[in-house]
Design a protein around this ligand. Structure first.
Ligand code: PMP
Length: 413
């Protein structure tokens, strides 16, 4: 494998949170799929915004408002470039991927779904790409269909093709599984959906910090992005949508900013993206999000992915060695050919929650449970897993600490 061109020490120095002791041990943070840590540049941008620039955006004549508006709109231009959207106006700020998906379900879904129509999702979905579709399908009498997976956690593409028909109105698909790390073949999924006239929403929550994103090359209709999984603040997300679709959709929420003119009898709506941004948005966090995007672009996705893949391989080999000497006591869950650096596993004879607590006692942060993918866990016959997720600032030394801690845990199980 090619070596990544990155300096991990200097990257780690940019993350103040990593340099602390937890339970008397140096923190080993391996819960990046839940949320990534934030570089100093993002923290500084937030502090500066509230120390120097704070004002409401878009509607005032004064200097602070002009400055805040300019910085807010700078982030929109930066995310446009980051995902290669045709226009910045196609990028709507939300409070996260959950809100982005609900927005599409409640606007596009409310207008374009009718009784008997079908919405296709996958067995890998996070609850946030299941429940909003269940709600709107129930309301409209539409039917939710699910693409099944194999035991490795890969979509059964033949089954997908069988699900598609003229009734399919929307395919809502996670790009990268948060529970298993599977990278779905989204280009093919999109092409096949378009061939039957369906619209495609990609849940990019986990993909955008690891993979190159080009919405024009992919030709997806919607893409959802989460700032907090991309080294940015919580409470900020993006909904990308093709202009024609966004213009055809009714507004999501009513209020300030989303209007052109209001009388007591009638309201006309603003242009996109403002039509979907009612009320005062999370201005400071949106402004700081730009610095997170710059952080990622500065290192480069290729370098990030190469480093993270190295960590995943190193971890997998370490588990193989442990299994050889402990009679296969660890089972890796999610072994797709195409994966990002997320690995679920179970330990024979030990509940995932207990394992998580014992690792925490050693300063190691992992996630345990169903990872907001209960239907996936049901398909796998599990009530939960232990999940490690590696990020650009993690190191092989940290994985050694984890592997050593797991060996000690196995003696207890
Ligand atoms: N989809 C996936 C695949 C996720 O991993 C997550 C977050 N765990 C979400 C959606 C929800 O994202 P957000 O926290 O931005 O609402």
């Amino acid at each position: 494998m090619n070596q990544p061109n990155i300096d991990i020490d200097s990257i780690r120095k940019q993350f103040p949170i990593l340099h602390q002791q937890v339970n008397g041990k140096p923190l080993v943070y391996l819960d990046n799929a839940a949320t990534t840590q934030k570089p100093q540049s993002v923290i500084d941008a937030l502090t500066k915004y509230y120390s120097v620039d704070n004002a409401n955006i878009h509607r005032a004549a004064h200097t602070l408002a002009a400055r805040s508006t300019e910085y807010f709109e700078d982030t929109r231009k930066t995310i446009q470039q980051f995902i290669n959207a045709r226009e910045a106006e196609e990028c709507i700020f939300t409070k996260g991927v959950t809100e982005s998906i609900n927005l599409v379900a409640q606007t596009w879904g409310r207008k374009f779904l009718s009784a008997g129509d079908e919405v296709v999702i996958t067995a890998l979905e996070h609850h946030s790409n299941i429940v909003p579709w269940q709600i709107i399908c129930e309301e409209k009498g539409a039917i939710l269909k699910v693409i099944p997976i194999n035991d490795a956690g890969e979509l059964l593409m033949d089954e997908y093709e069988k699900l598609l028909s003229a009734k399919t109105k929307l395919v809502a698909c996670v790009w990268v599984s948060n529970a298993l790390g599977t990278i779905n073949p989204v280009k093919v999924i999109i092409e096949k959906a378009h061939a039957v006239g369906a619209v495609v929403l990609l849940d990019g929550a986990q993909a955008c910090s690891h993979l190159e994103v080009d919405v024009q090359a992919l030709n997806c209709d919607f893409l959802t992005v989460s700032s907090h999984k991309l080294y940015g603040p919580t409470g900020v997300g993006v909904l990308y949508g093709k202009r024609a679709l966004l213009e055809a959709m009714p507004p999501y929420q009513g209020g300030g900013e989303m209007i052109k003119e209001v009388t007591f009898t009638h309201t006309t709506y603003n242009e996109i993206p403002y039509k979907f941004e009612a009320g005062t948005p999370n201005i400071g966090d949106v402004i700081a999000f730009k610095y997170a995007l710059d952080f990622v672009s500065g290192i480069g996705k290729y370098n990030i992915a190469t480093h993270e893949n190295d960590l995943l391989n190193y971890f997998s080999k370490g588990i193989q060695l442990i299994n050889q000497s402990t009679n296969q006591s660890i089972t890796l869950i999610g072994t797709a050919q195409q994966k990002i650096s997320v690995q679920s596993f179970t330990i024979n004879g030990m509940h995932h929650f207990d394992a998580g607590m014992m690792l925490d006692a050693k300063g190691i942060a992992v996630r345990t449970g169903h990872h907001c993918t209960q239907p996936l866990m049901q398909r796998l016959g599990l009530d939960g897993t232990i999940r490690v997720s590696f990020s650009v600032y993690n190191t092989r030394e940290e994985i050694d600490i984890l592997l050593y801690a797991l060996t000690k845990l196995l003696r207890l199980s």
